[in-house]
Design a protein around this ligand. Sequence first.
Ligand code: ADP
Ligand code: MG
Length: 563
Amino acid sequence: MPIRVLDPKVVSRIAAGEVVERPASVVKELVENSLDAGSSQISIETRGGGVSLIRVMDNGVGIPAGEVELAFDRYATSKIGSLDDLESISSLGFRGEALPSIAAVAQVDIVTCVAGKSVGTYLSLNDGVIENKGSQGHPQGTTVTVRNLFRRVPARLKFLKSPTTENSHIANVVSQYALAFPEVKFTLFIDGRTALRTPGRGYLIDSVIEVYGVEVAQNMLEMRDGEWESRTVYPGITGMVGSPVVSRSNRACLSFFINRRWVNSRLLTWAVEEAYHRLLPQGKHPITIINISLPHQEVDINVHPTKTEVKFQNEHMVFTTVQKAVRRALIELMPVPKIEATATTYVSTPQPRQAALTSPSASVITSPPVAPQTPAVALPVLRILGQLSSSYIIAEGPDGLYLIDQHAAHERVLFEKVKHQRSRQEIEVQGLLEPVTFEVNPKQEEVLKSHYQNLAEFGFSIEPFGDRTYLVRAVPVLLYDKDWAAMMRQLLDSLSGGDWAESIAVSIACHSAVTAGQALTDGEMRELIRQLEQTAIPHTCPHGRPTMIRLSSGQLAREFGRG
Ligand code: ADP
Ligand code: MG
């Protein structure tokens, strides 16, 4: 065949194929247009899996009579005007391709009316060609009706799945936008049945209830906008994440919206799954709704015709921020066991759970993981008020006063850090300027001999020097300016059976942690609490003693005779 320029009809049908893959794509494009038009109510109706009929009705701004035809021209859009605008798109649409693409593969009717007009404009097209136009009554807004989708494109029709499957894709699209726009009232009718109806009151939880049901909604944790990091540098993250009790066996319930655009992103999926690491069993996936707001120039949405793929300028930053925000919500908001007691009480975890978490079998040595590790407890957000006796941090929490033992808290932090570093063979070691001799008694020598290697794994480099004397060449960085010789003696005296790795880690943590009587700056206290929040078991030190006690607001009220 000689080379020739394709007929415009063929061109538009090829182009349509990129935008309109299946009925759900039509629904997506029409709903996006309705949202861009500022609608507060969007009603969607489909029949026959969306092939026979798709109708989207909105109460948005409408299209002026003189522009309705233009809306069906390729690359006709009211949303951007120049190349510069492409850098700062805040609307969902901008390519001006949806209406012409849909019209190229179906029969389309549109009735639209702008504010202040008593009568609307009507236009009907068949396979992209205008068949009819005129006036028709319509309240302010737009109704687009699409019939007989793909009737002239049998190849496409053949690839469609059963109406049930196509319906579920349609319901998913509408659900996603209902989650992204809780202030919009969505109604979806599938073959005459109401499949979804949101109240449009502006609360995400309402949409969650409609989309996932009450049980899931009760187990969602809300993420607040990035209080924890400076908003000038990081993107804002809001939304909800499911507590691990409501997981699913596929990734369909991970929703991401960037500047309110529904997107797919492997990067974001990965960030979320990292945040749930060890909280969900293998093969289980969370339910999350994550809204990311980013400066427009930091995300390129124009990388795919359906605008569902995006590219971030700073992937690393987006990744860590999302991961941290999700993790934070999970750790902070998972329910803290309630303590019912009249006296001042330890903030403690139920014993069995705690034992399981601190026992050697739960440490990194075990593989494969038998059960998911759920952080037993989470710390509430604490506001630091000051330091008492240079030993305790005084803080205010959502339910009363917290006194934190700075040494015990730091021990917990360092203990987990040391164990973690050892498991990755990342213990930081500090060589001594000159080797130091270290003398031991016979009993200590016995223990030392059998634990050379174990001690080496934790960063001690020790060699025999004859006559119950040893040469120490390096110690863990944490102990460099501490009394590591005293620590070694104590350890050798206590290291009998049991879990030696645990014992060594406890001993290192104990001897390198800040001590009671050490004055701390506000910054140091905040940092300590921040690190404590990130531990698996913040409420106890590795010896099993509490790191904090709490005086609840109720107790305070009672003590002061207010209650
Ligand atoms: P795009 O959304 O990329 O601009 P479309 O082909 O989807 O392209 O729509 C073309 C134009 O038609 C839009 O820019 C908008 O001006 C107008 N339009 C489409 N749907 C609606 C609607 N529901 N309400 C108001 N205007 C609409
Ligand atoms: Mg559009």
